[in-house]
Design a protein around this ligand. Sequence first.
Ligand SMILES: NC(=O)c1ccc[n+]([C@@H]2O[C@H](COP(=O)([O-])OP(=O)(O)OC[C@H]3O[C@@H](n4cnc5c(N)ncnc54)[C@H](O)[C@@H]3O)[C@@H](O)[C@H]2O)c1
Length: 250
Amino acid sequence: MIDLQGKKALITGAGRGLGRGMATGLYKAGAEIVILDILEDVFKTSAEMEENGAKVHSIICDLSNRENRIEGFEKALELLGGKIDILVNAAGIIDRFPAIDLPMETWDKVLEVNLTAVMDLSRLAARQMVPQKSGKIINVASMHSFFGGFNVTTYASSKGGVAQLTKALSNQLAIDGIQVNAIAPGFIQSFMTSHHEEDPELYAQLMSRIPTGRLGQPEDLEGITMFLASNLSNYITGTVIPVDGGYLVR
Ligand SMILES: NC(=O)c1ccc[n+]([C@@H]2O[C@H](COP(=O)([O-])OP(=O)(O)OC[C@H]3O[C@@H](n4cnc5c(N)ncnc54)[C@H](O)[C@@H]3O)[C@@H](O)[C@H]2O)c1
């Protein structure tokens, strides 16, 4: 029932990890996609997606740089033929410092990528979506949108901000047929979480809190992304949906 044929999507941070999983859901449902990342991995990822039948373009862009990310958005729009229906803000970075030792440059950088760039790209996309009276913005929040975490001060602050930004934007854009939602992944195997597996004690602690009994995989995000990008979710906006194997309610 989910058909995204003819839909045009931009997914940030899609060179690997969760962004890649979310982009995969979109192309499998028929959308034409632009995958954007700071890493050269994005070219290999796009070649692999193309082999699997995706209509895919790739862009290298540093979202922490304000001019560069505007250029990246404009380039994506051009590659998509001047139209954007779906924006997925998946790029993200994490800081791991006790707050008293946190370098303020790290605070600035993490907030810029995880929160400010999400706002900026959402605003640029919404300017295209408002006149067409339709659009889907899907943000990537976190369990740290709900919890404070430990020694991840900026990350937790940024992801709390993503949840609030999702609600704030959804209120303003709903009248124009645009839905803004966030997913809050639990612990998904990726570069960002690889250190969990290297620490047996931490890993055991984590696993004991996941009722589903396994870490998530980027593929676990395909279905929710397809759904939130499709007409099936047209009356759902401003939500933060956990995709966490039950972690949050344990
Ligand atoms: N893995 C998890 O368990 C988990 C849980 C909750 C939320 N998240 C969120 O999911 C998203 C993806 O994380 P992941 O776990 O796949 O990690 P990851 O490091 O594998 O992926 C993040 C991607 O973002 C890209 N990126 C980072 N900085 C960028 C920049 N300045 N400009 C452009 N691209 C940039 C990276 O190159 C990478 O491809 C992040 O927003 C993260 O906070 C992950």
